[in-house]
Design a protein around this ligand. Structure first.
Ligand SMILES: [Mn+2]
Length: 339
């Protein structure tokens, strides 16, 4: 479980910079997932144990479902509130977790001085980067894995909340150790976290076994839209803003919906389309094999990983769905000709 050699220098420099200041602002991408939120909780608990003040300032509210990983007393200030303004005004360093793209953290990217901004992320680096300082390593299964290494480099004792935060980050980003980013080292880290006291069943209960009724109602409506095209290998699900508003669904309620499409036999690319309040349609792409959906998402102004990526396109689902399907049908057809 030694820290991979190529990460050591960057993590050592990052650890020293974070620990040398009084106040660190933590943030992650819009609609924080378990990796972003868990990594924030872990770094916050670790820095607080070193006497460094932390504030979590996210572009969208810290998700309720991950609040259990936060150490009691952790300062959370949503972007746009006076509390967030105050934190940003006196923070020494901004640490961005689980993204390195300016357009994924909203106005935060232009608010804080770049020379005092660090990034820890495992997404393939985009052309436009928030900062070159910190560590971006797409060989990591999760940002939580890089946070684990950061805390190992530090070598001190690790607070319990930090252990749980890292575990949540890794469990959620590997689909509970099922996706291809799962490696022997991922399991090794999980094993180490369990040895140090993380309770996997308690985390499972909080993450997956307690579901609001509205999430099941949304699932029922979403599955009614499920379509599969065996001839192209495309499967997709559409969620309209009307349904989201009527059921008061959150972005967390939509997590995992795309997996139902992805699991259909013969699916090469699965897509979730969801309308947003501001007249856009968000698209989540999942690839089962040959198609690089990061490349597909970039054609629509988005990005992500080879097998999981996303984009936002202006327009209703009625307008956006046929356009995106057309591009993907052409893409998949080309892939088949090459074979
Ligand atoms: Mn991640």
């Amino acid at each position: 479980l030694a820290v991979p050699q190529h990460r050591v220098a960057a993590l050592r420099a990052t650890s020293e910079r974070l620990r040398s200041v009084e106040h660190v602002i933590l943030t992650t991408h819009v609609n924080a997932d378990g990796d972003g939120a868990g990594s924030e909780a872990a770094v916050s608990a670790w820095l607080r144990s070193h006497g460094v003040r932390t504030s979590i300032v996210n572009p969208t509210p810290y998700p309720d479902q991950f609040e259990f990983v936060l150490e009691p007393g952790t300062e959370i200030a949503d972007w746009g509130t006076p509390q967030a303004q105050r934190a940003l005004a006196c923070g020494d360093i901004l640490l961005v977790l689980d993204t390195s793209e300016p357009n994924r953290i909203g106005s935060l990217a232009t608010t804080f001085p770049r020379e005092r901004t660090l990034v820890i992320d495992h997404h393939p680096p985009a052309s436009d980067r928030i900062s070159d300082d910190g560590l971006v390593d797409s060989s990591a299964a999760a940002t939580g894995e890089l946070v684990y290494d950061l805390l190992r480099i530090d070598g001190g004792s690790v607070p319990a909340s930090a252990l749980v935060g890292i575990y949540v980050a890794i469990v959620t980003d590997t689909g509970s150790f099922r996706y291809s980013n799962t490696s022997p080292r991922t399991h090794g880290i999980a094993g180490d976290l369990l040895r140090r006291g993380v309770d996997p069943e308690a985390v499972f209960q909080k993450l997956f076994a307690t579901v609001p009724l509205r999430r099941m109602e949304l699932l029922r409506e979403a599955l009614a839209t499920l379509r599969a095209e065996p001839e192209t290998g495309l499967s997709w699900v559409v969620v309209l803003q009307e349904a989201i508003a009527r059921l008061a669904a959150t972005s967390a309620d939509l997590d995992g919906l795309v997996e139902y499409a992805r699991s259909i036999q013969g699916t090469e690319v699965a897509i979730l389309f969801r309308e947003t309040v501001d007249g856009e349609t968000k698209i989540s792409f999942r690839s089962n094999g040959q198609t690089d959906v990061n490349r597909v998402a970039r054609r629509f102004g988005g990005g992500g990983h080879v097998k999981a990526a996303g984009a936002s396109v202006r327009g209703s689902a009625e307008e956006v769905v046929p356009r995106v399907l057309q591009v993907l049908r052409a893409e998949l057809g080309r892939g088949r000709e090459d074979e």
